[in-house]
Design a protein around this ligand. Structure first.
Ligand code: 5GP
Ligand code: ZN
Length: 135
């Protein structure tokens, strides 16, 4: 399914031009217009899914192999020193475009980016409580 008012549906399906790094039957990978670093790429499924919760399992299973291809490209062609995979779901998590996308962000020594979180120090009981809920 494609959504008429979804910009990433239009980009993924070629209705809006994009700088396409990789394409197959299910995905288009494009350069981000506001890149965190040189080569920051977004992997977009061609079928609309707002987020990970809506993403069909079979599409989810195919997305990481695409990320591996892009990661190899970034290492070989851009000479990155590392890489972050980032995938935001919901506004609280920083999602701004409501069509699933996986960020592949090449990292370079001294690139000045911070794509990390601030660790907390929960008590053991708190961790156990969370585990009990999730199990
Ligand atoms: P989010 O914050 O939803 O995880 O990430 C959305 C990303 O999409 C941002 O990094 C933003 O720069 C990028 N973006 C938004 N609109 C466009 C667009 O029209 N074209 C491209 N190539 N990237 C976009
Ligand atoms: Zn869409």
């Amino acid at each position: 399914m494609k959504l008429d008012n979804c910009i990433f549906c239009k980009i993924a399906n070629g209705e809006i031009p994009s700088r396409t790094v990789y394409e197959d039957a299910d995905f288009r990978a494009i350069l981000d217009l506001g890149p965190a670093t040189k080569g920051h790429t977004l992997i977009l499924p061609k079928e609309h899914a707002a987020n990970l919760y809506e993403l069909p399992e079979e599409t989810a299973a195919k997305v990481l192999p695409v990320a591996k291809k892009i990661a190899a490209l970034m290492q070989e062609k851009l000479g990155c020193d590392g890489l972050n995979l980032v995938q935001n779901n919901g506004e609280v998590a920083g999602q701004t475009v409501k069509h699933f996308h996986l960020h592949v962000i090449p990292r370079y020594e001294g690139d000045g980016q911070t794509i990390l979180w601030k660790p907390t120090e929960p008590a053991a009981e708190e961790l156990d409580g969370v585990l009990a809920k999730l199990k």
